[in-house]
Design a protein around this ligand. Structure first.
Ligand SMILES: *[C@@H]1O[C@H](CO)[C@@H](O)[C@H](O)[C@H]1NC(C)=O
Ligand SMILES: *[C@@H]1O[C@H](CO)[C@@H](O)[C@H](O)[C@H]1NC(C)=O
Ligand SMILES: *[C@@H]1O[C@H](CO)[C@@H](O)[C@H](O)[C@H]1NC(C)=O
Ligand SMILES: *[C@@H]1O[C@H](CO)[C@@H](O)[C@H](O)[C@H]1NC(C)=O
Ligand SMILES: *[C@@H]1O[C@H](CO)[C@@H](O)[C@H](O)[C@H]1NC(C)=O
Ligand SMILES: [Zn+2]
Length: 318
């Protein structure tokens, strides 16, 4: 009963990014509703010109000096994860958006962190990331969904506003590793999958056990790609400032294989949840940017520093 109530409340309070409009019957696993059909199922945005995911062609990426460091709040706090749920098309962890937020990195303001979820293929040997880099698809992808603080933590309000900077999603590519003990927190996270094997199941047992930082271990978060795009599920709203980090998270292959063997899609007959990713979309002239790889002292900066030093030394003589 408690579980049902929580599921009901979660559905009510947390309109998932995976169901911008629950009346739209979309899916990953059937020819009648898989992602090739979404432009017909949800034409308003899924057939738009700024869709996600994309293939990042590293040769065409332009460096942008404004893409500086992020500041993450609550990512080191193990009391932020509230529940983990099988949403029917992904595994979603809802977090405490009063405690977690992201700013900096040229984002226009502060963004409250709502949830993170995952996309995968068929285990470590069959890739399922959404973004690809120079055509390479990774085994999995993690999306941390953040909503601009002006929407007071309401994803629905951000979607309704149709604001191209309403959401900031942080994407992390995930790769398999044989180094078992590097990914203790992923072991804990994936240990809850068997409690949420069917659509709608949820548990709060995940509370007070792991931090966001521990799941992102090994990623240099100063190195990333940036572009303007959309939700990767219907209604594909074009409201997302995308950040895709260059480093991948390394997760033990055994743990990656838990995803394609434990949870089931929302479906009238049981179908294991696999390949829950959207294929890459056309860029349509968009430019992918990245942080500046090296930070040479520019001529202007040097001159300003010299003048500052001179001024300071003059002050000393006064
Ligand atoms: C999606 O369905 C179409 C038919 O509508 C089929 O041709 C295609 O192979 C399917 N793609 C995937 C990725 O399932
Ligand atoms: C899950 O992934 C593993 C590793 O890629 C693969 O061997 C296995 O067949 C997959 N199982 C299913 C049901 O997709
Ligand atoms: C957010 O909260 C502020 C202050 O309570 C209020 O003025 C504003 O209208 C709210 N915005 C939305 C989108 O709910
Ligand atoms: C991983 O850690 C456990 C105990 O924490 C240890 O028994 C095991 O040998 C370690 N495995 C590897 C591959 O380091
Ligand atoms: C959670 O964080 C608190 C405070 O930093 C710490 O005392 C506690 O041991 C942590 N719990 C786990 C399971 O890491
Ligand atoms: Zn996603």
């Amino acid at each position: 009963m408690a579980v049902l109530l929580v599921t009901f409340l979660a559905a009510l309070l947390c309109p998932s990014v995976h169901s911008g409009d629950s009346s739209v019957a979309w899916c990953y696993h059937k020819p009648t509703c898989n992602f090739t059909t979404w432009p017909k199922i949800a034409p308003h945005s899924c057939s738009g010109s700024r869709q996600s995911p994309i293939d990042i062609k590293t040769k065409s990426v332009q460096e942008n000096p404004k893409l500086t460091l992020f500041s993450f709040t609550g990512f080191d706090d193990n009391s932020t994860f509230m529940s983990i749920i099988n949403s029917g098309d992904s595994v979603v962890v809802y977090v405490d958006d009063d405690k977690m937020s992201v700013q900096g990195g040229d984002l226009p303001g502060l963004y409250n962190t709502k949830q993170f979820h995952l996309h995968w293929g068929k285990g470590s040997s069959s890739p399922g990331s959404e973004h690809t880099v120079d055509g390479k698809q990774y085994p999995m992808e993690l999306h941390i969904v953040n909503v601009h603080s002006k929407y007071n933590g309401s994803l629905a309000a951000a979607l309704a506003a149709d604001d191209s900077t309403g959401l900031a999603v942080l994407g992390f590519l995930i790769e398999g590793t044989n180094e078992q003990n590097k990914t203790k927190s992923w072991d804990i996270l994936t240990s809850f999958l068997k409690q949420i094997s069917t659509s709608g199941q949820t548990t709060s047992d995940i509370m007070n056990k792991i931090t966001m930082d521990s799941l992102l271990e090994g990623v240099d978060r100063s190195k990333y790609y940036r572009y303007q795009g959309s939700l990767t599920t219907p209604n594909c709203n074009e409201v997302v400032i995308w950040t895709v980090f260059k480093d991948s998270i390394k997760v033990s292959q055994d743990l990656i294989n838990r995803f394609n063997t434990t949870t089931f899609f929302k479906s009238s007959v049981p179908v294991l949840m696999t390949n829950n990713f959207r294929g890459v979309q056309p860029l349509n002239g968009r430019v992918v940017m990245s942080q500046r790889s090296t930070a040479p002292l520019s001529a202007a900066t040097s001159i300003i520093s010299i003048i500052t030093v001179l001024l300071l030394s003059c002050l000393c003589w006064l």
